[in-house]
Design a protein around this ligand. Sequence first.
Ligand SMILES: NC(=O)c1ccc[n+]([C@@H]2O[C@H](COP(=O)([O-])OP(=O)(O)OC[C@H]3O[C@@H](n4cnc5c(N)ncnc54)[C@H](O)[C@@H]3O)[C@@H](O)[C@H]2O)c1
Length: 246
Amino acid sequence: MRLKDKVAVVTGSARGLGKAMAMKMAAEGAKVVVCDLHYEGCVAVKDEIEAAGGTALALKCNVSRRDDVAGLINETVEKFGVIDIWVNNAGITRDAQITKMTDEDWDAVLDNNLKSMFICIQEVIKVMIPRNYGRIINITSIAAQEGNFGQSNYSAAKAGIIGLTKTLCKELGRKGITVNAVAPGFMLTEMTETIPPKIKDQLLARIPLKRAGQPEEVAAAVVFLASDEASYINGHTLNVNGGLYV
Ligand SMILES: NC(=O)c1ccc[n+]([C@@H]2O[C@H](COP(=O)([O-])OP(=O)(O)OC[C@H]3O[C@@H](n4cnc5c(N)ncnc54)[C@H](O)[C@@H]3O)[C@@H](O)[C@H]2O)c1
């Protein structure tokens, strides 16, 4: 078990990639906090983890609100004592071409994907720095690396995450905290269900492995970066995209 007795928080883990990360971390021995806007989804994931013999806590949290995040951290420390691993996974899309992009679309995507990470990291390092230990993993996207039609807000937010990751690797390394990013390509989750079939076919044709990715394939990369095997990896963005962007 690669994460035995570690305490891990995965944001946005009621479904999709976050759920797969929470399940895999629990299977590797971590005590996992499942948190999301949707509490019922968190409870369902917690129940699945416990049914498989793992340990979990379900909490409702809006990661773009500092008081919610501070509350989540307090409850986690009360229950499990420490936080070793924090995965910033929660994210949203509000797609529109730039001519039709509203201020609300822009702000919602920047707040929920990027500012939320600033808030979460600033809050969680308060409990990581005194222990001189932490693993922070930020979920970015291939959209940060090659752009994506109709996603100026999302690709800007996700590119910001890569810059944030590189800077915080430099600031927090001396505190025993590593900060890395994972950049998924086209993964099969509810977020990508709405992509029109024609666009999906064009995407699949460009992927060297000729298939979309499964959530568990992103979860495996996150578990690796959270484990002791990745102790000297810091500031890296790990692509999990089947070769779609190299
Ligand atoms: N699916 C893909 O192909 C893909 C590709 C690249 C990157 N990503 C990124 O991976 C992450 C997960 O994607 P997914 O496909 O599982 O998405 P998803 O929409 O299926 O799940 C995202 C979860 O985050 C939660 N969430 C959103 N905003 C939140 C907030 N403010 N506070 C708390 N929870 C919040 C949602 O309720 C949802 O449960 C996202 O950051 C996404 O941008 C996904």
